[in-house]
Design a protein. Structure first.
Length: 261
């Protein structure tokens, strides 16, 4: 039984989105396959996550595993492209995805690499209901695929902690901006012209503006920073951070010390 079918289980997942990614789950670790854009995108994502976590938790960037003792949630983990490097950096990682096939792919690959990662076919709502808390939550390229982005983001933010941790938790959100530039490049260009992504991967109407993300958390006692833009250079074939957040961007959500959560 999938998480979406569990009796009485409230879920923000979109079954059509889960089915779409489940069909290509076996290709997660193929750098030339359907997830090739994510493989190219990964270095800039990893660098941003590492820098933000080092700063937030005051860790030594020269250490081999600087994040020992911190618990991380990779929500919408897919095949584990972020979960594995986060584990190597010392985090205790819980990888969660609504697709059983994605979780199967991720778990098999981690086992091949000798990495201990707690992979689960579940949802943010189920984790919150179970009282789970995390020092770091990665919410990367997920929110544009859920049925209720506001509820999903608030549920994730509510798991930042644990309450006794100092400093309080950090969430990093990456998504796509709902602009004409994003429609031209991330939707039409990436899916139909360059064929970087399977047609139908994204629904432009579900892209979110930075102010909408802020609005979702307006009543939560968190500090939201960003957007931090990310752009692709076709000449070098690399992604980098930029002041241009018109297409891809990231934001940080830090739990306020006075939060009642």
């Amino acid at each position: 039984m999938s998480v979406a079918d569990q009796p009485g289980h409230k879920s923000s997942i979109d079954p059509a989105e889960v089915a779409r990614f489940s069909k290509i789950a076996a290709e997660w670790w193929d750098p030339k396959g359907k997830f090739a854009p994510l493989h190219k995108f990964n270095p800039v994502r990893l660098g941003f996550i590492r820098d933000q976590a080092l700063y937030r938790f005051g860790r030594d960037g020269a250490a081999r595993r600087p994040f020992e003792g911190l618990r991380l949630l990779d929500i919408g983990c897919g095949g584990g492209l972020l979960s594995e490097p986060m584990t190597r950096l010392g985090f205790t990682v819980v990888g969660v995805d609504a697709s059983e096939r994605n979780i199967g792919t991720a778990a098999a690959h981690a086992a091949e690499q000798g990495l201990a990662i707690d992979y689960r076919c579940s949802t943010a709502e189920a984790l919150l209901a179970a009282g789970e808390t995390f020092d770091v939550i990665l919410n990367m390229e997920v929110i544009e695929h859920v049925a209720d982005p506001g509820a999903f983001l608030r549920d994730c933010a509510a798991m930042l902690g644990p309450p006794t941790s100092k400093p309080e938790g950090l969430m990093i959100v990456a998504t796509l901006n709902r602009t004409l530039k994003a429609f031209a490049l991330a939707k039409v260009g990436a899916e139909y012209v360059l064929r970087w992504l399977p047609a139908g991967t994204h629904d432009w109407s579900k892209f979110l503006k930075p102010e909408e993300l802020r609005g979702f958390l307006a009543d939560a006692q968190v500090v939201v920073d960003g957007p931090y833009g990310v752009v692709f250079d076709p000449l070098s074939g690399r992604w980098s951070q930029s002041h241009d957040a018109a297409v891809n961007y990231m934001m940080t959500v830090a739990r306020d010390a006075n939060s009642p959560w």
